[in-house]
Design a protein around this ligand. Structure first.
Ligand SMILES: Nc1ncnc2c1ncn2[C@@H]1O[C@H](COP(=O)(O)OP(=O)(O)OP(=O)(O)O)[C@@H](O)[C@H]1O
Ligand SMILES: [Mg+2]
Length: 650
């Protein structure tokens, strides 16, 4: 009987392997640049056209290949980097699987031009879909040039998944950022459709990070240097105020290889836990050097994940290394202030009537400062100086007032000092209220005020009891106790306002009197370029200035008094994470919610009766739904029955 099982032809196995290794143009660039670095190149030039769909070309000045080696390189499992089992445990090259070139070749039209120093002629090989079509001599300098044309020309399903040229070009840039940070001594150039996107000269790590992530960050970087047994942790960590809303700026490396490893990331986040809010991620470039036998990089074809032999030890060493730097740095003073204010905040949790509320700024939380323009000509003050600015700026306080912009003072309902029980006790109830004259259930206010409130709308008609924990407004309506989350309410109001403007055409933008020069990381800059028009609709007006530098000319009006640089970074992060299946329209509401969220003062804030009334008025004027833009409820109602149940009265 004929066998059903057959060995697949090599061409097909290569295509299958390509499915794992070659996901998009950036993965091709990764494999080619890694090969160039393994070949000892001191200069790497990457050029792409049409987002890499038409061309990805990597030129290096490395050792090159002989004609025979170049032909072998296209064979599966052909590598010069390992020879025996033991070599797998003493890897010091980025590649070792002998899979990348045949995989890339199987899904493209690939040309290798290469020359070694002991040969006067170079070799040029042309292959289509993995089949070698032509081999000839060529004149060239020592090194290798690999051109990958028409990627996925023979795998239409993959081709369909490619995103716009800008997005793919951005991914290539991000990939190069990771590699360039890992090798500051190697010169990197990246050209996209003929335009030089960046040129990184050989430098030290700090200079390289500044080139790749933006110069504005370089004055916030602190060196890490830690050794424990055979494990070394080095690199740079940034001050907490450079934090991002996702982990995209966690550049972590094991033995020179970029990795995205949960253990490593967790250790770093643990070290920052006292300095960053939940959901914020630091900017770091951390290098872990460990005996190759202690770590297995052969977990996944892309080699982004690793397995440590002693995971706990590595985790703790990384955490200790980063913590030892964070402990010594100037922002500690700030967190000490924050910590000192914490017990007081706890004590302030009791319900306080307005009469005893001092609208003092001391009650305000420590909030980030609006920062001066990130202008290269006017460098940021050193971190120490920045952190010594007053902890709460007037402009932050003014934000809430900004939201109350249309406020017209009007008579306030009298404040109810205390809930006294508003319905007659249930017959036979063992706990009759002590107050002899309960307030009638339906009349929390006087008749005259009531009619005023009916006209005023739901929120304005609420009887305000007071503020709890400087975060919640307590109200009474009939016999219901209503708790309103003031942040959620502010956010909702700002969100609805922004949504209305956006639906009209675009969010009201406030032109900056002096446009700000802003430097972004390569990744952020690519996202900005791709979404410039959409950002303009959101109220952010940018003009390209060259490289990764942009001129910020306008910001959404609601953000004009805030630290909008952070908002912009968060929005770019979100736009950059748009997957293939999601378009801008899918996340526009999220972005408006983010702007609304950034426009509101965080933390505790004692509100005056006038401010509460103004907020309520705005809530009444807003197409108000009972959740904040993030889906948290704005208000909760406790009925009298529920309260009585709590006290076991019913
Ligand atoms: N730019 C280059 N300069 C010199 N030699 C190269 C270059 N690119 C590839 N080679 C040679 O071709 C071989 C095959 O490359 P390929 O990328 O397919 O495998 P690898 O790098 O050994 O392993 P991996 O699949 O893990 O990347 C390499 O081992 C190396 O000897
Ligand atoms: Mg390789």
């Amino acid at each position: 009987m004929a066998t059903k099982i057959r060995i697949l032809p090599e061409n097909l196995t290569n295509k299958i392997a390509a499915g794992e290794v070659v996901e998009r143009p950036a993965s091709v660039a990764k494999e080619l640049v890694e090969n160039a670095l393994d070949a000892g190149s001191k200069e790497v030039v990457v050029e792409i056209e049409s987002g890499g769909r038409r061309l990805i070309k990597v030129s290096d000045t490395g050792c090159g290949m002989s004609r025979d080696d170049a032909l072998l390189a296209l064979e599966r499992h052909a590598t010069s980097k390992i020879a025996t089992d033991e070599d797998l445990f003493s890897l010091c090259t980025l590649g070792f699987r002998g899979e990348a070139l045949p995989s890339v070749a199987s899904v493209s039209r690939l040309t290798i031009s290469t020359r070694t120093s002991d040969s006067v002629e170079g070799t040029e090989i042309y292959a289509e879909g993995g089949r070698i079509k032509e081999v000839k001599e060529c004149g060239m300098a020592v090194g290798t040039v690999i051109s990958v044309r028409n990627l996925f020309f023979n795998t239409p399903a993959r081709l369909k998944f490619m995103k716009s040229a800008e997005t793919e070009g951005g991914h290539v840039g991000e990939l190069l950022t990771r590699l360039a940070i890992s090798r500051p001594e190697v010169r990197f150039t990246y050209k996209n459709d003929g335009k030089v996107m960046f040129r990184a000269l050989d430098a030290d790590l700090k200079e390289r990070v500044a080139t790749m992530l933006g110069r504005s960050i370089s004055s916030f970087l602190y060196p890490v240097s830690y050794q424990e047994g055979g494990l070394k942790v080095s690199g740079l960590v940034a001050a907490p105020e450079c934090s991002r809303s996702a982990g995209s700026h966690l550049y972590t490396y094991i033995n020179g290889r970029f990795i995205k490893d949960k253990v490593v990331q967790h250790a770093i986040l643990q070290a920052y836990r006292n300095f960053l809010e939940r959901g914020r991620y630091p900017v770091v470039a951390v290098f872990i050097d460990i005996a190759p036998g202690e770590v297995d990089v052969n977990v996944h074809p892309t080699k982004h994940e690793v397995r440590f032999r002693e995971q706990g030890r590595v985790h703790d060493a990384i955490q200790k290394a980063v913590e030892s730097v964070l402990k010594e740095t100037p922002w500690l003073k700030r967190s000490a202030v924050a910590a000192a204010s914490r017990p007081a905040e706890k004590g302030g949790g009791a319900l306080r009537p307005f009469s005893s509320m001092e609208a003092s700024q001391a009650a305000l939380p420590v909030t980030p400062q609006p920062r001066p323009a990130l202008t290269p000509g006017h460098p940021d003050p050193p971190p120490q100086a920045q952190l010594q600015q007053p902890l709460v700026s007037e402009s932050r306080v003014a934000e809430v007032r900004e939201l109350l912009v249309n406020f017209q003072p009007r008579p306030q309902p009298p404040l109810r000092p205390q809930y006294r029980g508003s319905v007659a006790p249930r017959e036979g109830s063992p706990y009759a209220p002590i107050a002899a004259a309960p307030v009638p259930a339906s009349e929390p206010q006087s008749a005259a005020q009531d009619s005023d409130h009916v006209a005023a709308g739901y929120f304005s008609s609420l009887g305000v009891i007071g503020q709890f924990n400087a975060s919640y407004i307590l109200c009474q309506r009939g016999t219901d106790l209503i708790l309103i989350d003031q942040h959620a309410a502010h956010e909702r109001v700002a969100f609805e306002k922004l949504k209305g403007q956006f639906a009209g055409r675009e969010v009201d933008s406030q032109g900056l009197l002096f446009p700000e020069t802003m430097e972004f990381s390569f990744r952020e800059s690519a996202v900005l370029r791709e979404h410039q028009a959409e950002l303009a609709r959101l109220g952010f007006e940018f003009e390209e200035f060259g490289g990764n530098t942009w001129l910020l000319k306008g910001v959404p009006q609601v953000l004009s008094a805030t630290r909008y640089v952070d908002t912009i970074r968060d929005i770019l992060e979100e736009l950059g994470s748009l997957s293939r299946s999601r378009a801008f329209s899918d996340i526009q509401e999220d972005l408006l919610a983010r702007i609304a969220c950034h426009s509101v003062v965080r933390g505790k804030r004692t509100l005056s009766p006038v401010e509460i009334a103004a907020l309520f008025k705005q809530m009444d004027e807003t197409d108000f739904s009972s959740n904040c833009p993030h889906g948290r409820p704005v208000m909760q109602t406790l009925t009298l029955a529920e309260v009585e149940k709590m006290f076991k009265r019913i």
